[in-house]
Design a binder for this molecule. Structure first.
Ligand code: BGC
Length: 750
């Protein structure tokens, strides 16, 4: 496995300089003005007015202070963090004490409060399941509750900026960071990631939606040029951002490492100025990813407002001395510098953190464990259950549990989002010891959790290292559970093949006993050469701090299996738009392009539908322990709004959760693919119970991007509305005629 070096740490300037040396305004011992003289501290005023007032009171040095961030973690002998940053943190931006503007303390990321690399004393915190797992719940309420929980831990850990809300679409199933994101569909990803950001920001802190945009693979991420047409970008990746932002109003946006159509994302006028700020009217600030600032004037004029970790990761601290030079030369206007500082202030005021400063506080880990467990268990996807091996029945007297360190814990994803678990690491010495490692198993054992729930069963464990011994144990069991893991992380992409002989292990075990269920802990899709030999497959993703409990609850049927795939599982690499991944991980500096014009906006299932490929498991797929019937599908288009209603009934014997999905297709064609996900809803039903579900379709999901009109346009005509249990399992169809409609380019409030 090839991994790219740690984010391109250049140490351009650093080595010993402190924030005070570089930004004297931040550290000057100024006496604070009395509140009456600081009207921007009045929370009754709106964030824009407050930002304007504060800006007027700022000196030039103070403006330059709030737009420049420092890295927050020591990197051995190479780099020493500024003293003011919280240890092992992602970053720090000085505050302006005399104006009552707090410093910004930044932490990663979407699964919880992380600790950065070199820090010997790790911050141990609650970890949510991966973003992919949370998205697999198809339950925005859980995503919001999870966000609220990790946001509260960020606040209680002294952080007021959480670098969370990864909404890059899965264009590439091998992308090592897919586990951080919200799957392959703009509506699903937008709804789920938006809900998480909303939850985080409910703690009066900033959440940073990222990585804007088209950061679709890790190989060559610092240089690659994503090629895509405007209409395709607007109908796919940008639309996911748009939906998430409409629901959550994130107080910051992080631009990505890669280039888009020639320009780096953090100096991309089209992405930052035109789309984000003009078209969408975004008023708060854009921060760069760590090492993603490449210039002063170009970046500033293209719309970048704050340089992150500029002392450590960029070739120069572009937003300090070089920016002053650019201002002096007239390459950057004073008005633009004012705009940058105003946007940062606005984000802070809008978040509420100015009147509610963060402070270290006790964390209720027991309560938080319940939040992450609920998320994890609803994210578990039952992919196959042909023999009805699940839920495990009390009559299964002998159960063999094999592999995946299931005796001690569950896997998590690597890189900057890594949360260190309470109770320490369950497995030592596997995977790389440093970036993008370490490889961490959270100490929540599926084996122990199963034993606690099945006291009458004889449950034996084999670590799976010896295939023959594992097959022997399997042969004598009533049911076999094989745990298989794939470690993914930031800075490298992964093949879709399980490593370390796990495919051969599963094959050997299933050959010894066909009553075998495979439990996967992976970042995203994997190939399954053994699929026809096993009785069941469960995708548990990276299930977080309480993963072992969550898996056991689903396997034993304590709760229904109610996750659904947020991503297509391909049957082979040939089915992908790019069967061979672009770029060479061994040549991280060589420029290359990734041609997203191949699939355009037909990402994931849309590509599979368009090409007629049969996936291994389709988008939206997931089985339940009960059965559901659907009836009375009705689609009505009135005043340009499409409303769909139907009845769902639990026809089985157990309480369960259905995830009815609405797909729409224009009869005349003309979209990027035959159908789009247009709405969904998770509903819990007791046996025999039924409910009527009514869903309104976002009009942009019926529209195409109209370049001439610079807006969305819904074509008049006949559309088919399909109700499905997955993108490939349609249970009912209805026809509807929709009137033509033009929609604005800007953000629409939900
Ligand atoms: C990642 C970001 C992260 C930042 C700070 C970068 O390497 O791409 O997602 O927020 O580091 O840790």
């Amino acid at each position: 496995m090839n991994r790219q070096p740690w984010r391109g740490l250049t140490l351009a300037l650093m080595l010993g300089a402190s924030a005070c040396a570089i930004a004297p305004a931040a550290c000057a011992q100024t006496s604070a003005a009395p509140p009456a003289a600081r009207p921007w501290l009045n929370p009754k005023l709106d964030a824009d007015t407050r930002a304007d007032l504060a800006l007027k009171a700022m000196t030039q040095d103070e403006k330059l202070t709030v737009i420049f961030g420092y890295f927050g973690a020591d990197m051995g002998a190479k780099y020493k963090r500024v003293a003011e940053a919280l240890p092992g943190s992602a970053g720090y931006v000085p505050g302006i004490e005399r104006l009552g503007i707090p410093a910004q303390f930044q932490t990663d990321a979407g699964v919880g409060v992380a600790t950065q690399g070199g820090e010997p004393k790790k911050r141990e915190r609650t970890a949510l399941p991966s973003g992919m797992a949370t998205t697999a719940t198809w339950n925005p309420e859980l995503a919001q509750a999870g966000g609220a929980m990790i946001g509260s831990e960020a606040r209680a850990s002294g952080f007021n900026v959480m670098l969370a809300g990864g909404v890059n679409l899965v264009r590439e199933p091998r992308n090592g960071r897919n586990f951080e994101y919200g799957g392959e569909d703009p509506w699903l990803a937008g709804k789920m990631v938006g809900a998480q950001i909303k939850g985080i920001q409910s703690n009066a802190i900033v959440s940073t939606i990222k990585h804007y945009a088209l950061n679709g693979q890790e190989t060559g991420r610092f240089v690659l040029d994503a090629k895509i047409g405007e209409a395709d970008a607007r109908t796919s990746d940008l639309l996911a951002f748009q939906f998430a932002m409409e629901d959550s109003d994130p107080h910051s946006v992080m631009c990505a490492y890669n280039r888009v159509n020639g320009d780096y994302a953090c100096e991309n006028d089209f992405l930052l100025n035109k789309v984000l700020k003009q078209d969408w009217g975004y008023k708060s600030y854009v921060m760069s990813d760590w090492g993603a600032t490449h210039s002063s004037a170009k970046a500033v004029n293209a719309g970048l407002d704050q340089e992150s970790a500029g002392d450590a990761f960029d070739k120069q601290p572009f937003f300090r001395g070089p920016l002053k030079d650019a201002l002096a030369k007239g390459e950057v206007s004073q008005a633009r510098l004012d705009d940058m500082a105003r946007r940062v202030l606005r984000g802070l005021f809008a978040s509420g953190v100015v009147e509610k400063p963060v402070k270290i506080a006790a964390i209720d880990y027991a309560a938080h464990a319940k939040v992450t467990r609920a998320d994890a268990e609803e994210g578990v996807v039952l992919l196959k259950n042909d023999k009805g091996l699940l839920p495990l029945v009390a009559s299964a007297k002998k159960i063999a549990v094999i592999g995946g360190h299931a005796d001690v814990g569950v896997l998590s994803g690597g890189g900057s989002s890594q949360v260190y678990p309470i109770g320490g690491r369950a497995v030592q010495g596997e995977g790389p010891a440093s970036w993008p490692g370490p490889m961490i198993y959270f100490p929540s054992s599926p084996l122990k959790a199963l034993k606690a729930r099945l006291p009458g069963a004889d449950i034996q464990f084999a670590d799976g290292k010896d295939k023959t011994a594992a097959a022997k144990l399997a042969a004598g069991a009533d049911v076999v559970l094989v745990f298989a893991t794939q470690w993914n992380g930031e800075s490298f992409d992964s093949p879709l093949t399980l490593e370390n002989g796990q495919d051969a292990l599963i094959d050997a075990v299933a050959s010894a006993n066909a009553e075998t269920v495979v439990v996967l802990e992976t970042g995203g899709p994997v190939l399954m050469p053994w699929l026809s030999k096993v009785g069941g497959v469960v995708e548990a993703w990276y299930p977080g701090s309480e993963g072992g409990e969550a898996i056991a609850r689903v396997l034993t049927g304590e709760v229904d299996a109610s996750g659904r795939l947020p991503v297509t599982f391909p049957a082979s690499l040939d089915q992908l738009p790019r069967p061979t991944l672009d770029g060479d991980p061994n040549k991280p500096d060589d420029l290359f392009a990734v041609d997203y014009t191949i699939e355009g906006a037909a990402v994931g299932y849309k590509w599979f539908d368009k090409k007629g490929h049969q996936p291994l498991f389709p988008f939206g797929h997931g089985l339940s322990y009960t059965t559901f019937a659907y009836d009375n599908l009705k689609a009505e288009a009135k005043g340009g709004a499409l409303t769909v209603s139907f009845d769902v009934k639990n026809t089985g014997k157990r309480t369960g959760k259905a995830v009815p999905q609405i797909y729409v297709s224009p009869k005349a064609g003309g979209w990027e693919a035959p159908q789009r996900l247009a709405a969904f809803k998770k509903v819990e039903l007791t046996p025999g119970a039924s409910t009527k579900v009514t869903l309104t379709v976002d009009p942009r999901l019926l529209a195409t991007w109209d370049e001439k009109a610079h807006g969305w346009s819904v074509a008049a005509g006949a559309y088919t509305v399909s109700l499905g249990a997955s993108s490939r399992d349609t249970v009912a169809k209805a026809d509807v005629t929709v009137a033509a409609r033009a929609l604005p380019v800007g953000l629409m409030k939900p």
